[in-house]
Design a protein around this ligand. Structure first.
Ligand SMILES: Cc1ncc(COP(=O)(O)O)c(C=O)c1O
Length: 475
């Protein structure tokens, strides 16, 4: 490699550097079993460790790795620890990592078909493989009027679908002239829905005040009669209902909305039905859970889940399927001269830039390619069943206990518990678990009571970890 191009200095030692990085990674990943899960850094500690001015002389990759150990590793949280029970899992399975490295090294920009036919067409096929593996309906199939796309997050997916729904309902008026021309539009989701729906409504110009938090029943699922009543009242007062988000696996307690009955209400009023299965969607890979997870999907306009949560695919990777891609493309497509090309003009190719907010896009489908080929769907289904079995083991312990009680029905790998003595005792349990060093848990509120969530989904979690967690909660 020419030394007259110093910016290519890394090319000469790339093989050796890769080996060093690989060794570093192997050691780092082993640390998931021994290091404290939560970082002990105080705010500013990482910043204080980092040089304040830009270095002028380059250092070797080994020096940079040493600096990572000294300055950065202390600020890492071990999301990959077997005792990770906080929020939802966000794993980085080895085959996914390899796919991501390969995709990054290929330096593709998949914004248009012509900018990377492989990036586009592998993605089309990976979404189709996943659709088949999860039993999602034909209306989302490759080659049909809809199809699948990888978004960065479930938040972006709901925003994209909401904008498509807005423009479909207003015949493009909101898109072209602004919302003042379209009148008040309303959006529906249960009071357990993820905050991304509110955020999407504000970004789409619909306004948070026009998102109706439909009340949920005691088990956290949307009350469909309340949905119907709310929609009727809105129509009578001159609003136009355009979008409903049903949740399969709510963030707090994993509650599952009755998607099929919600769908009939939406259908009566031509409301776009989006299903957010961000965490729970992975369970559709298991034959045991498939029917529960995909129920009603054949009536939905869009359906989304995050392989970057439970499926082991490292962040970011959120899969969205739409039954009809035309409204999405109508909403998102803007074609300046510099993006025009013959394949696009022919109408015979997919240009994924028209399926979401951003233009440029990475070759994320390679992560799925590696996981689906090298790990395989049966192993992923076994992982789901393993996690669910651990959740049910923990629930048995809780049910047999006189100090802790289930705060919600167990949902797949998520167990929500509270102390019988009330919030202070629950908080003390949360504090004890998080201070232990081996575990991480987070909380939510259900029925105004503090809840300790145990979201079981680490790649390496075993019954011994659940028993050790339970031991800490027993005091
Ligand atoms: C049900 C649900 N929807 C959406 C999201 C947001 O996911 P993302 O970070 O991919 O936007 C979450 C995050 O936990 C979630 O639990």
């Amino acid at each position: 490699m020419s030394t007259s191009r110093p910016w290519r200095a890394g090319a000469a030692s790339f093989g050796d550097d890769m080996r060093d990085v690989t060794r570093w990674l192997e050691r780092h990943r082993e640390g998931a079993h021994t290091q404290r899960v939560w970082s002990e850094c105080a705010p500013g500690d990482v910043l204080d460790a980092l040089p304040t001015t830009v270095p002028t002389a380059p250092v070797s990759v080994t020096t940079a790795l040493d600096d990572i150990d000294r300055w950065i590793v202390p600020g890492l949280v071990r999301w990959d620890a077997p005792g990770w029970f906080a929020w939802f899992p966000s794993n980085a399975q080895e085959h996914a990592l390899l796919g991501d490295v390969l995709g990054a090294a290929m330096a593709q920009q998949g914004m248009l078909w012509i900018s990377s036919p492989a990036c586009t067409e592998v993605e089309i096929r990976m979404l189709e493989w996943l659709r088949q593996a999860m039993g999602l309906p034909d209306r989302f199939a490759e080659g049909g009027p809809g199809g699948g796309v990888i978004q960065d997050t479930a938040s972006s997916a709901v925003l994209s679908c909401l904008v498509a729904a807005r423009d479909r309902a207003t015949d493009g008026l909101a898109r072209d002239q602004g919302l003042h021309a379209a009148g008040p539009l309303t959006v529906y989701a249960s009071d357990q829905t993820h905050s991304s729906v509110l955020k999407a409504a504000s970004i789409a110009g619909i306004g948070r005040a026009n998102v109706r938090a439909v009340q949920s029943t005691a088990d956290g699922a949307m009350d469909v009669a309340a949905l119907s009543d709310t929609i009727r009242a809105d129509i009578e007062s001159g609003c136009r209902p355009i979008f409903c988000c049903a949740t399969v696996g709510s963030t707090a307690s994993g509650a599952i909305d009755p998607v099929d009955t919600i769908a009939t209400v939406c259908d009566d009023h031509s409301i776009w039905l989006h299903v957010d299965a961000a965490w729970a969607g992975t369970a559709a890979l298991s034959a045991r859970w498939r029917d529960v997870i995909i129920a009603g999907a054949d009536l939905a306009d869009s359906w989304c889940f995050n392989p970057h949560k439970w499926m082991g695919v490292n962040f970011d990777c959120s899969c969205l399927w739409v039954a009809d891609r035309v409204p999405l493309i109508d909403a998102m497509s803007v074609t300046p001269e510099y993006l025009r090309n013959d394949p696009t003009d022919s109408g015979g190719v997919v240009d994924y830039r028209d399926w979401h907010v951003q233009l440029g896009r990475r070759f994320r489908a390679l992560k799925l390619w590696m996981v689906l080929r090298c790990t395989g769907t049966q192993a992923l289904a076994d992982m789901v069943d393993h996690h669910v079995a651990l959740a049910s083991h923990l629930a048995d312990e809780v049910n047999a206990s006189t100090t802790w009680t289930l705060a919600a029905p167990v949902s797949l790998g998520l167990v929500c518990i509270r102390h019988v003595d009330g919030d202070d005792a629950t908080q003390a349990g949360i504090n004890a678990v998080n201070a232990d060093g081996r575990f991480a848990v987070t909380h939510c509120k259900l029925h105004d009571q503090l809840v300790l969530r145990v979201a079981i989904g680490s790649l390496d979690v075993e019954r011994s970890h659940i028993d050790a967690l339970w031991g800490v909660l027993q005091g």
